[in-house]
Design a protein around this ligand. Structure first.
Ligand SMILES: [Ca+2]
Ligand SMILES: [Ca+2]
Ligand SMILES: [Ca+2]
Ligand SMILES: [Ca+2]
Length: 493
């Protein structure tokens, strides 16, 4: 727990590490203009945003008003300074709903669509989209904590709840639910009747006997389900239907949630959907091999924190864990697998018991995959060609078919650099597309840039959003311009 929490200081959403090393464009790579064309002045973030670390922008795309055009849902958060600006309350904490107009531009229509409070109660770390209350309109559910307020002595580590932006008659409303915690994981499952529920877990409270889960009604209220679900990882988890029982969600896969098992996949399988449901734990799967122990020394803390050193594909890594995952069909029609992101520090000169500082570690990033077979978790070969591993600051990614060929791809949204796409196909390889198809990021906020690749206008070709994930330089005021590039032709062609 201690190592995991401290590692968040390295791996958290708003850190400022060296931007990923861009591939050198070669003559064989096509110009990005073949793939995208910019929509001028398409959207903006409607507030000046401080570039001092304690700030975060969570961005999701979803069609809020059912007109077939994807809209942009922003959650803005910034902490006050711990001196000067008084107190520990957030300076900004609000939802912004940008509705796509017929001309492809986005307008802040929060007042037209959001009823009541805009406050999620903290920093959102993760967002999932699904119809939680069964009215046919999409809802959003957020894991909320005080991640970017963590440097402050009174930053209320565990005072946040889960939060939903949920469809109600006449618009959307914010509902907070769940016991106070430092939430980092959230996802959506379905019960035996097909009714959706949301669940999540946090790092700050002792684990409950059962994982808490909530239904939502037509008015957006959260209702405890009473289902006896497993306590899931606070890092991240997938809950899905592998098939075989009436219960819709019968399988959970997640990254290892306890010391020293951070580099493993854990899971649960529903064995009876009678009553509140009965789940059994699956035999876990270790990724790579634990080769020893190293100690991490933090500034201002004389006590080094020990942790396992993992050898994976010939490299020794340390101080990391699995914080994100996505569900994928490796081939069309195949049973689901789960892709995990393993973020850690590269330890080039490891010997048993070595003590290192954060600055000695080079950020290391890789993807691995697993699936459930019987009562075991088994590895799935994820053949990523030319994988970007070093200095690649990854938190978020999607498993989705991004070029409409029927094969689900891996789409990675690093912090501080352009989207990275690995196209899947019949050869069972995921081919990295390099930087060639994508426009370079040149905005003043490029150090905090991130991306979303999604078909925003419904023409079947993915479009590209480029925007800051957190604070921006002080010279920016008012509306901060972001980018939309409309897709012209499919990636990989
Ligand atoms: Ca819309
Ligand atoms: Ca709904
Ligand atoms: Ca594809
Ligand atoms: Ca499009």
């Amino acid at each position: 727990m201690k190592v995991l929490r401290q590692f968040l200081a390295i791996a958290g959403g708003a850190m400022a590490l060296t931007a990923a090393t861009a591939d050198t464009a070669s003559a064989t790579q096509p110009a990005w203009q073949d793939y995208f064309t910019e929509v001028s002045k398409a959207w903006y973030i409607p507030v000046y945003y401080p570039g001092r670390g304690q700030s975060n922008i969570t961005t999701a795309v979803v069609d809020l008003n059912g007109d077939g055009r994807k809209d942009i849902v922003l959650h803005l958060y910034a902490h006050r300074y711990d001196n000067g600006e008084t107190g520990t309350k957030p300076a900004f904490n609000k939802m912004v709903l940008m509705i796509q107009q017929a001309n492809g531009r986005f307008v802040d229509e929060t007042k037209n669509y959001l009823i009541g409070s805009r406050d999620l109660g903290g920093v959102s770390r993760k967002v999932k989209i699904g119809d939680l209350n069964g009215d046919g309109r999409p809802d959003l559910v957020y894991a909320v904590n005080q991640e970017d307020g963590r440097n402050f002595p009174n930053a209320h580590y565990a005072d946040a709840q889960l939060a939903a932006v949920i469809s109600v008659p006449g618009g959307y409303k914010v509902t907070r639910f769940g016991r106070p915690n430092w939430y980092h994981s959230v996802n959506i499952g379905q019960d035996a009747s097909g009714r959706s529920f949301a669940m999540g877990e946090g790092f700050s409270q002792p684990s409950a006997q059962y994982g808490e889960s909530f239904y939502f009604d037509a008015n957006g209220a959260a209702i405890a389900t009473g289902l006896q679900l497993p306590t899931v990882s606070a890092g991240s988890f997938e809950i899905y239907n592998k098939g075989g029982l009436a219960f819709k969600s019968d399988t959970i896969l997640q990254g290892g949630s306890s010391y020293p098992n951070y580099y493993a996949a854990e899971g649960f399988r529903l064995v009876s959907s009678a009553g509140a449901g009965t789940w059994s734990k699956l035999t876990s799967l270790a990724f790579g091999t634990v080769v020893g122990t190293a100690n991490l020394l933090y500034p201002g803390n004389p006590n080094p924190a020990p942790g396992p050193v993992l050898n994976i594909r010939g490299k020794n890594i340390f101080g990391g864990a699995i914080f994100e995952n996505c569900r994928i069909h490796m081939q069309p029609g195949a049973a689901p697998s789960v892709v995990f992101h393993l973020g850690a520090g590269l330890l080039p000169d490891f010997y048993e018991g070595i003590t290192v500082k954060q600055s000695d570690l080079k950020p290391f990033s890789t993807f691995v995959a697993a699936r459930v077979a019987g009562d075991k978790i088994v590895p799935v070969t994820l053949n990523l060609r030319r994988e970007v591993q070093i200095d690649n600051n990854v938190n978020f990614f999607d498993c989705k078919d991004v070029n409409a060929d029927g094969y689900e791809d891996l789409v990675v949204y690093p912090y501080g650099s352009q989207v990275q796409v690995y196209l899947n196909g019949p050869t069972r390889r995921f081919e990295y597309q390099g930087t060639g198809p994508f426009p370079p990021i040149t905005d003043v906020w490029q150090y905090s840039a991130t991306t979303i690749l999604e078909d925003m206008d419904g023409d079947g070709i993915a479009d590209l959003l480029v925007f800051p994930a957190n604070g921006m330089p002080d010279q920016l005021t008012g509306r901060v311009p972001c980018r939309l590039y409309k897709g012209k032709k499919q990636l990989g062609t």
